[in-house]
Design a protein around this ligand. Sequence first.
Ligand code: SF4
Length: 247
Amino acid sequence: MTSRQPPAISSPPPPAPKRRSRTLTRAEIEEVFRRFQSANPEPKGELEYVNAFTLLVAVVLSAQATDAGVNKATRALFAIADTPEKMAALGVEGVSRYIRTIGLFNTKAKNVVALSEQLIANHDGEVPATREALEALPGVGRKTANVVLNIFFGQPTIAVDTHLFRVGNRTGLAPGADVLKVELALEKRVPKWALLHAHHWLILHGRYVCKARTPECWRCLISDICRYEPKTPAPVEKPARALLPPR
Ligand code: SF4
């Protein structure tokens, strides 16, 4: 008679780890901005300007250029032309001379002079505070209008540039196939209290941490929330070379 083995008691398989959705939850988004706020309560843009007009011009010049490169050129330009009247009087040639180091300087000089003339003709030389009026100016698109409305007029707009587009998609904050989709998703999903500074927090994060080629995930303050995988590990420090004895 063979002895019967008791049936093996199989323990139930461990529950499969919950897959996180591609998009951050409201609570996670709240936490992301809480951390940005605590690290940098008053984030500032890096373009230099002295009034609404020079901010507008600086933003127009910054398309496909770095803020540092624009600042270098505009310091001398704004010292002699900080109003639409003075800028228009310089003319395209005159403006070009100051901004030659910036990409597409010819087109940008034409736009800067034309927008100065329109500000004088249609807005008494003042920069308008509405998106429609700003976008009607030469060289001013939705992104430029959003930056001016946010920085100078304190409106809770979010200008989506290459950095925000990347960060919105990588993290799962506001995935979207184009900049407008990301902008509208951010406007809907960012908590109200964070809307005013969201543009700067995200741009600075994209510029200095969540970089295009290699995001520096190992030192990122939202790494545990962000959906990007695989995370970039910390660089390994090379051991110091042993000193060779002198020959
Ligand atoms: S964890 Fe990496 S990919 Fe995610 S936001 Fe931070 S730097 Fe960017």
